[in-house]
Ligand binder design. Structure first.
Ligand code: PMP
Length: 310
């Protein structure tokens, strides 16, 4: 992944102001630095013939405000302010496409575990971000391993909230996979059933039907997951949303793929060195991936309601 220094971005929105990139600083005793008490989003803005287009922005905002709820965090800015700030960041920096990272966190005041009077800080950054797992990954699929780290249950930390602290689990699983030569991990839940990837939801194809774990399996309610379910059903596929998938079913699947705002639709070609299907991108994965990119890059007029233009 390119470093920020190599990117042509110089402005961040922080607590209502546009600040120079290097001035978007926080104190080392910030609550979120110590206890992971931040919530965030990851959305994409795609390049289209009508200019940059934010994909499913209201849904990302809904999830941001919902993520704040279990932590009783009050975001001091309205949806309209966050939207306008994001649009302005894209316009000012003349970005044709980008990744969007809104973040809210408990700031600096005192350092008990209780956030007490710590203010809620809010920031938005945007930057160019290509394919998360590489161009080759989209076409040929990736090798993944089942992580030895389990996903915590949603009764331990809410998994439908996108909380910064929660991503230490994702990091452990992802880095374990990369250390062992795999591109990414699959994480099982506490029961030992398939949950998701460190930053992706997972779909399994068997006998022409799609299966994906539901929220009760301790997953994030992915917006790309919802997009793919919608597009697959429109194409006439049966989608079992809320499936319980055992570890063994991964190996015998006809096809497997990940979804995510960053990962988009990424085929999985091998799990723990066992070939999935014939070990390449499967036909249904390819059809859904093509449909996904046709929609997000606006090669079709369908689902115009999913787009917001700066
Ligand atoms: N699961 C986890 C743990 C994630 O971090 C993400 C990325 N936000 C996803 C699933 C996919 O969600 P989305 O499609 O909304 O990006």
């Amino acid at each position: 992944m390119a470093s920020f220094d190599e990117m042509d971005v110089d402005t961040i929105w922080m607590d209502g102001e546009f600040v120079d990139w290097e001035d978007a600083q926080i104190h080392v005793l910030t609550h979120a630095m110590h206890y992971g008490t931040g919530i965030f989003e990851g959305a994409r803005c795609y390049e289209t013939e009508d200019g940059p287009a934010l994909f499913r922005w209201p849904e990302h905002l809904d999830r941001l405000y919902n993520s704040a709820k279990p932590y009783e965090m009050e975001i001091d800015h309205t949806r309209e302010e966050l939207t306008e700030a994001t649009m302005e960041l894209i316009r000012r920096q003349d970005l044709a496409s980008c990744y969007i990272r809104p973040l809210a966190f408990y700031g600096y005041e005192s350092l008990g575990v209780s956030p007490g009077d710590c203010p809620t800080r809010t920031a938005i950054a945007v930057w160019p971000w290509g394919t998360y797992l590489g161009e080759d990954a989209l076409e040929n699929g990736i090798d993944v391993m089942v992580s030895s780290w389990r996903k915590h249950a949603s009764s331990q930390i809410p998994t439908n909230a996108k909380t910064t602290g929660l991503y230490v689990n994702s990091m452990l699983a992802g880095e374990e996979a990369r250390r062992n030569g795999y591109a990414e991990a699959i994480v099982l839940n506490k029961e030992g059933n398939v949950a998701e990837g460190p930053g992706e939801n997972i779909f399994l194809v068997r006998d022409g039907e799609l299966y994906t774990p539901g929220l009760a399996e301790s997953i994030l309610d992915g917006i790309t997951r919802d997009t793919v379910i919608t597009l697959a059903r429109e194409l006439g596929y049966t989608v079992h949303d809320g499936a319980t998938i055992s570890r063994g079913e991964l190996h015998t699947a006809d096809e497997l793929f990940f979804t995510g705002s960053a990962a988009e639709v990424t085929p999985i070609k091998r799990v723990d060195n066992v070939e999935i299907g014939d070990g390449s991108r499967g036909p249904i994965t390819e059809e859904l991936q093509t449909r996904f990119f046709d929609v997000v890059e606006r090669r079709t007029d369908d689902h115009e309601e999913w787009f917001t233009y700066p």
